[in-house]
Ligand binder design. Structure first.
Ligand code: PLP
Ligand code: ZN
Length: 436
């Protein structure tokens, strides 16, 4: 007997396997488990190939120009008319010998997801999430956010003509992210509480059918489908050479989950021929995942924390995608680690100083990489793909604070602005003092 190959997308509980319809809003199984979108991978064998995706790089067609929808066969069965795209997913892949040497590895590639339309990787998940929201006929979309999801949701909702609400922790989001959100027309709802309180509230809101609010946090499995394309796009840019290590920051852990899913699917489809090691880096003040990893994921080793870090994008104490991310780390022999705020800021200064730039959370990758190489956990000859998740301008407050005058040399590379009289003499003595 030959089993017929499944050709449709399924929505399945990752814990108990219960299947739910894809055309009804739902975020969790009745058992409490998170849901996974299962693509018909077996049926896609023979349809998708490196050559298909490479050919699209030369195309000017709207969907081909998106670094997300270029991989559309792996994202579901949306028609072109349904798809809400900017397009997104066109960030650069950088390599800079100074950063490679600073990290201490053989090769280091930095995929800049901060070069997305709203300045963070969230646009990759938002294009698929918003497309699904439209398919469901949603009129209002919402998220809890430490800022970047909020900005992205606001922009894509505006594009799709939907009302948008973003629940953010009052006083804990950078002014640039709030500015983007209000400018794009979403209603910013500031919560007296932290991100985790906002996340709890928005999940409760989404559970009340009469409110008609569709949730677009990364608990939403359709968002993760778009975020899968970060690694596909980067590996394609490396001419399909799989790096030894892929390293990324971890907050709510949606990306860690999405990366594992992308790589498993790519392996099953023959797009890559080996599984890289996935390394997730948290901020030490927001590291429940790193702590559980250090305890071998023993029962009871995962405990939510009250999160405190300068990297507000990953200031999350109860990551929603924890069970998904744990499975990825276990299945790929991955690593989870944590770095101090001082280490994050020092790594950020390196990335900024070579002219690439990123927001603090993104720099956790380079800080974590350097520490793991120094500890011998990652070999010095490794080839590494690091994900820069957000743009430098997302958090100008942190930059200004870092680059204040630094008489005691506490902040490497601190570069405060100076003030002079408008005279040539003043400029000459300035030039004499420059290192050049
Ligand atoms: C959202 C975000 C993260 C965290 O990603 P998760 O998928 O929630 O782990 C990291 N960096 C930046 C800049 C972000 O916006
Ligand atoms: Zn279940």
């Amino acid at each position: 007997m030959v089993a017929t190959e499944r050709t449709t997308v399924r929505l399945v509980c990752a814990e108990c396997g219960t299947e739910y319809p894809t055309d009804v809003p739902r975020y969790r199984c009745d058992c409490g488990g998170l849901l996974t979108v299962e693509q018909p991978i077996a049926a896609l064998r023979g349809t998708v190939s490196r050559e298909l995706f490479d050919a699209r790089l030369a195309s000017r067609a709207r969907l081909d120009r998106s670094g997300v929808w270029r991989f559309r066969e792996l994202l579901g069965d949306y028609s072109e008319a349904e798809i809400v795209t900017k397009p997104e997913g066109r960030g650069n892949l950088y390599d800079d010998p100074r950063l490679t040497a600073w990290a201490g590895v053989g090769e280091l590639w930095l995929k800049h997801e901060g070069e997305n339309p709203t300045g963070s990787f969230k646009d990759r998940g938002m294009t698929t999430g918003m497309t699904h929201a439209r398919r469901l006929g949603a009129r209002t979309v919402a998220c809890a956010s430490s800022g970047n999801t909020s900005a992205s949701l606001a922009s894509y909702a505006a594009g799709a003509g939907l009302a948008a609400l973003t629940f953010v922790p009052e006083g804990k989001v950078s002014s640039a992210k709030v500015a983007q959100t209000i400018a794009y027309g979403a209603k910013v709802v500031q919560i007296r509480g932290d991100f985790d309180a906002a996340m709890r509230l928005v999940q409760e809101v989404a559970e009340v059918p009469e409110y008609g609010v569709y949730l677009l946090n990364s608990i939403n499995p359709f968002r993760l489908e778009g975020q899968k394309t970060i690694v596909l796009d980067a590996i394609q840019a490396l001419d399909w050479r799989t790096p030894d290590v892929i390293i990324l920051p971890g907050g709510n852990l949606g990306n860690t989950a999405a990366f594992g899913k992308a790589l498993e699917e790519a392996l099953a489809l023959g797009l890559i021929d080996q599984m890289p090691q996935i390394v997730t880096v948290q901020a030490a003040g927001a590291a429940p995942f790193a702590r559980a990893y250090a305890a071998g994921f023993a029962p009871g080793s995962y405990q939510p924390v009250e999160a405190h870090t300068v990297a507000t994008a990953i200031q999350i104490g109860a990551p929603v995608s924890y069970p998904r991310a744990r499975r990825v780390i276990q299945n790929t022999e991955g690593i989870v680690t944590a770095v101090s705020d001082a280490a994050i800021l020092a790594a950020k200064a390196q990335i900024d100083r070579v002219g690439i730039g990123c927001e603090p959370a993104s720099a956790a990758t380079l800080a974590g990489l350097r520490a793991l190489v120094a500890a011998g956990t990652i070999p010095a000859g490794a080839s590494v793909l690091a994900i820069l998740t957000g743009h430098l301008l997302k958090d100008a407050e942190v930059v200004a604070a870092y680059h204040q005058p630094d008489p005691h040399g506490e902040r490497p590379g601190a570069n405060p602005p100076i003030t002079i009289d408008p005279t040539l003499d003043a400029v000459r003595s300035l030039l004499d003092s420059l290192e050049r």
